[in-house]
Each structure stands twice: as structure tokens, then as C-alpha cells.
Write a protein that binds this ligand. Structure first.
Ligand SMILES: NC(=O)c1ccc[n+]([C@@H]2O[C@H](COP(=O)([O-])OP(=O)(O)OC[C@H]3O[C@@H](n4cnc5c(N)ncnc54)[C@H](O)[C@@H]3O)[C@@H](O)[C@H]2O)c1
Ligand SMILES: [Zn+2]
Ligand SMILES: [Zn+2]
Length: 362
């Protein structure tokens, strides 16, 4: 018996999303069906709708979610019906080159459900990031379900499923921010502010927020920014150097994913500093850098997929910090909305009115 539920689908490039009836199969081997309680609206969902990720329309959007396991396939032992879980898009395989050399956060062969969710007419859906969670129930691989403390509300916990984890991890895992270091974060949306919060958790003493929107800069201070720079009317590189004794920062994080911003991050770091790209560029974007600068500055330029996180290690840890009052996940939630409001949430995100709109399912 398949489940018949409502979900948010992007049918074509740039078209407004629509609410559709989705057929969710019973979980097969290795799979789980999860009753979604909350799912945040991430900029990557908008990238999907704009055709910036791939052309595999129709997409079932949503991928930043928490919920309760409803049913599992016969052979599943890791989770059971009733478990409170955050969905992840890094269900590691334990067998690929990265996993075998002990670096599972780079897993090259992550698991997704084998069966397809479909529209009523049988059209197969491409779930965003292999999840698809703007839907009352979703089918995932059981490894995509990470158990966390059920005392955390789903609206907060779900955010770890993508943007917040990506930002925190960009700072602490990819950037390796250490106590006493200086950090600049370019782009202070949900991901950038999470990078700021991550830098604070790691003990950075100078945290410079850079954005083109004053409201975002104001919010960034709440997450731990010690200085702010509006790069619409100031030279960001000079301003960052001005706040770091003329040297630049130890870690510069691009949380926009735009060549001009990446270039600012590249030049705003100190010698031997690290540049981290966590914002997602579109396939047409290019950068040109003098190779001598790449060489001469030393350090590293890295990209950060999902904050190089290991969900089983990092989600429960961040939920514990949240429950201890040391990591304010609630501050990312600008509003809770219904499943019908995703299109208007994209609009608000586009205008910079929100950090995260979170769809809540009754
Ligand atoms: N690498 C990953 O695993 C991962 C995971 C989630 C999201 N992302 C990506 O991270 C990026 C940010 O996501 P988000 O949800 O925070 O988006 P968002 O739209 O909430 O935030 C983007 C921020 O960047 C600012 N900005 C735009 N242009 C700028 C510029 N030229 N200079 C400085 N600031 C600028 C905006 O004002 C806004 O505050 C997106 O590209 C998203 O796809 C990556
Ligand atoms: Zn692997
Ligand atoms: Zn996302």
C-alpha cells in the first residue's frame, strides 16, 4: 500500500512551484518512510527550481527536515518506527575510496532510497538532494535518518539537515577555525550566519560579517559577528584588512557562491589563510585569479559540501549544545509557514526578509 500525501513540486525551470498529490511507496530493503514534521526552505531549493542544479524536473523540493520514522524496510536495524530523526543527505556507504581511507564525510557513494516517489500519473520525481521533504511523508534510505534527542523541537532540529550544518561545518570542519583566530563570512543568510555561529563556538575572537544588506548584518551580530561590513558601499577586502591589523583573516568563507564574492574572500585572508567556498555557484560561473597569488599566499582554498559533516557525529552534538542553551537554533527560524506558502517563502528569501522560513506539518 502506497501513501498518498501532499507535496511541493517544481515542474519546470523558473515555474512557480505547485502542490501535488505524491505517491510514496512502502519502504523496501534499506529504506524508511518518515512522517515529516518540519522542513526549512533553503536557497538550494530555489536553485533547483531555477534549473541551476540539474534539468531532472519534476523535483520534489525540500531537504532540511526533521520528523518521526513511520515505517522501515524488513532489514533495517539502525532506526525504528517512532524514532525522532533529522534527515541527512550524506548516508555514508562505508565502502567507497573515501570511507575506506577513514574520511567518510567525503563519501563518494552516499545512499538514497532505491524506489521512486511519483505523481499520481506515475511520473517519477527527483527528490531535492535525494530527500524531498516538503511533503507530509517521504521515502528515504534508512541511513539518511539520524536519531537525535526528541526534546528538541522539529522546527529547530530540521535546520541541521542542510543550511545550518553546512555553515557551522564550513567554519569548524572545512575551515578548521581554532581558538583566537579571525574569520570573515561573506553572505549572512542562514548558511553564513551558521558559519558565524560555528566560528564563535570554535573560539574565534574576530568574526567579520560581510553582506550587501544592513538588516542581515544586524542579525549576524546576534550569532556572534564582532564587526560588520556592508560591501555594497565599502571595499570589502580593505574593510576586512582594517579590522585585522592590515593583514586579513585566518579563514574567509564565501557563503554566497558568486565569483565576485569568492574573489573578495580570496584576497581578504592573511598569508597561509584558508578560503572556504560553501555557497553554490551556477554552472556558468567562472573565476580568473593570478596563479602567482594562489601560490604566493599559501594556505588553502577549499570547498565545503555540507560542511564536511558526518551526520551521526555532528547532528546529536549540535542538538546537545542547543538543548544546553549554547547554540541558538531557534534564532534561524524567521517564520513558520504551511506547505502552501513555499513560493512566497522563496520571494521573501529573494528579498532578504527571512533567514529561514520553516514549513510545519500538522
Ligand atoms: N555547500 C553546501 O553544502 C550548501 C548547503 C546549503 C546551502 N548552500 C548554499 O549556500 C548559499 C547561501 O544559502 P542561504 O540559504 O544562506 O541563502 P540566503 O539567500 O538566505 O543568503 C544569502 C545571503 O547572501 C547575501 N549576498 C548576496 N549577494 C551578495 C554579495 N554580492 N556580497 C555579499 N553578500 C551577498 C544576501 O544578502 C543574503 O544575506 C546558497 O548558494 C546555497 O545554495 C550550500
Ligand atoms: Zn563511502
Ligand atoms: Zn540546503
Amino acid at each position: 500500500m502506497a501513501y498518498e500525501v501532499r507535496g511541493v513540486v517544481a515542474r519546470g525551470k523558473g515555474e512557480p512551484v505547485s502542490i501535488e498529490t505524491i505517491l510514496v511507496p512502502d519502504p523496501g530493503p534499506g529504506e524508511a518512510v518518515v512522517d515529516v514534521q518540519a522542513c526549512g526552505v533553503c536557497h538550494t531549493d530555489l536553485h533547483y527550481r531555477e534549473g541551476g542544479i540539474s534539468d531532472d524536473f519534476p523535483f520534489l523540493l525540500g531537504h532540511e527536515a526533521a520528523g518521526i520514522v513511520e515505517a522501515v524496510g524488513d532489514d533495517v536495524t539502525g532506526v525504528a518506527p517512532g524514532d525522532f530523526v533529522v534527515l541527512n543527505w550524506r548516508a555514508v556507504c562505508h565502502q567507497c575510496r573515501a570511507c575506506l581511507r577513514g574520511e567518510p564525510w567525503y563519501c563518494f557513494n552516499t545512499h538514497n532510497a532505491t524506489q521512486k516517489m511519483t505523481l499520481k500519473d506515475g511520473t517519477e520525481l527527483s527528490p531535492a538532494l535525494g530527500i524531498g521533504a516538503f511533503v507530509e511523508k517521504t521515502l528515504v534510505h534508512s541511513g539518511q535518518c539520524t536519531k537525535v534527542n526528541p526534546e528538541a523541537p522539529a522546527t529547530a532540529a530540521g535546520l541541521l539537515g542542510c543550511g545550518v550544518m553546512a555553515g557551522v561545518g564550513a567554519a569548524i570542519n572545512t575551515g578548521g577555525v581554532k581558538r583566537g583566530e579571525s574569520v570573515a563570512v561573506f553572505g549572512c543568510g542562514g548558511v553564513g550566519d551558521a558559519a558565524i555561529a560555528g566560528a564563535k563556538l570554535a573560539g574565534a575572537t574576530t568574526i567579520i560579517a560581510v553582506d550587501i544588506d544592513d538588516r542581515k548584518l544586524e542579525w549576524a551580530r546576534k550569532f556572534g559577528a564582532t564587526h560588520t561590513v556592508n560591501s555594497r558601499n565599502t571595499d570589502a577586502v580593505e574593510a576586512v584588512k582594517g579590522h585585522t591589523g592590515g593583514f586579513g583573516v585566518d579563514v574567509a568563507i564565501d557563503a554566497v557562491g558568486h565569483p565576485a564574492v569568492f574573489e573578495q574572500a580570496f584576497y581578504a585572508r592573511d598569508l597561509a589563510g584558508r578560503v572556504v567556498l560553501v555557497g553554490v555557484p551556477t554552472p556558468d560561473m567562472k573565476i580568473e585569479l593570478p596563479l602567482i597569488e594562489v601560490f604566493g599566499r599559501g594556505g588553502a582554498t577549499k570547498s565545503s559540501w555540507y560542511g564536511d559533516c558526518l551526520p551521526s557525529r555532528d547532528f546529536p552534538m549540535l542538538i546537545d549544545l542547543y538543548l544546553q542553551g549554547r547554540f541558538d537554533l531557534d534564532a534561524f527560524v524567521s517564520e513558520t509557514i504551511g506547505i502552501d506558502d513555499v513560493e512566497s517563502a522563496f520571494e521573501k528569501m529573494h528579498h532578504g526578509d527571512v533567514l529561514r522560513s520553516v514549513v510545519v506539518f500538522k
